[in-house]
Design a protein around this ligand. Structure first.
Ligand SMILES: Nc1ncnc2c1ncn2[C@@H]1O[C@H](COP(=O)(O)OP(=O)(O)OP(=O)(O)O)[C@@H](O)[C@H]1O
Ligand SMILES: C[C@H](N)[C@H](N)CCCCCC(=O)O
Ligand SMILES: [Mg+2]
Length: 236
């Protein structure tokens, strides 16, 4: 199948999930935003639930949100991009409990609507893997369903990722969500046969493969974007 650089594909809002935490969702989301912004599209990132905050410029900030702010090109209030920012870098339902707060889906959907009025595409980064609890009743898969966006799956390439990836694909598709594509992001440097692992995933994931981002010396969105491309005729 022929491919085009990511930035040459018309932007669309999407939900970026991953096989785990710390496997490259933020890097990938920022790369997608960067590619679209470089083409002159108005795009914005969203990290609706973030855990782990630092104090800067008289406000609490989150590293992921900061990266998405930098990669996008539409200025909006920080709290639209991250309506729920918890202090501790831990499972968000536990961070919320510790802070005596609770998350509501409507608040996130409302913030998403505001963002989508300001931009041609909103790239929404999930939290951790696909099914991270938000409340007693709700998890991030429910959030993806409520948003109803095409999903992009980031697979952190390391030993064990094949099963994690296939289980995640199953969970996405069983909810009726459209898996728009997947990205291989090299997490482990000393892994044996990384290419063969990626090939094994290509043979098993029923969605376009958008590219393999190698382990980068200094991970930056612009550089990561050069490894991503979009098939000209994605199946729908
Ligand atoms: N291809 C890569 N090469 C080098 N470093 C990388 C690569 N991908 C990610 N990293 C680094 O690994 C760390 C985790 O990546 P990232 O923040 O994108 O993960 P995440 O899936 O968004 O995690 P979280 O679940 O916390 O949101 C970051 O410090 C990031 O810069
Ligand atoms: C704080 C961290 N970087 C992530 N954003 C939160 C990951 C939560 C994972 C929860 C789990 O599945 O066990
Ligand atoms: Mg992240």
């Amino acid at each position: 199948m022929q491919s085009k650089p990511f930035g040459e594909h018309y932007p669309f809002s999407c939900f970026v999930t991953g096989t785990d935490t710390e496997i490259g969702k933020t890097l990938t989301s920022a790369a997608i935003l960067n590619a679209w912004a470089a083409q002159g599209y108005r795009v914005v990132g969203m990290k609706p639930v973030a855990a782990g905050a630092h104090w800067r410029d008289e406000a609490w900030r989150n590293e992921d949100t900061d990266s998405l702010v930098q990669a996008g090109n539409v200025e909006v209030p920080y709290e639209w991009q991250t309506p729920y920012l918890w202090r501790e870098p831990m499972a968000p339902h536990l961070a919320a409990r510790q802070a005596g707060g609770e998350m509501r889906l409507e608040v996130i959907l409302d913030a998403y609507e505001r963002l989508s009025e300001q931009a041609q595409a909103v790239v929404v980064e999930g939290v951790g893997g696909f099914r991270v609890p938000l409340t007693e009743q709700l998890d991030t898969a429910d959030l993806a369903v409520a948003l109803g966006l095409p999903v992009i799956l980031v697979v952190g390439i390391k030993l064990g990722c094949i099963s994690h990836a296939l289980l995640t694909v199953e969970a996405i598709r069983s909810r009726g969500l459209f898996l728009a594509g997947w990205v291989a992001n090299q997490v482990e440097i000393d892994m044996l046969a990384p290419q063969a692992n990626v090939q094994s995933l290509c043979e098993r994931i029923p969605a376009p493969f958008l590219g393999h981002v190698p382990r980068l010396e200094q991970p930056r969105a612009e550089q990561a974007a050069t490894f991503l491309s979009w098939p000209q005729t994605p199946d729908r």
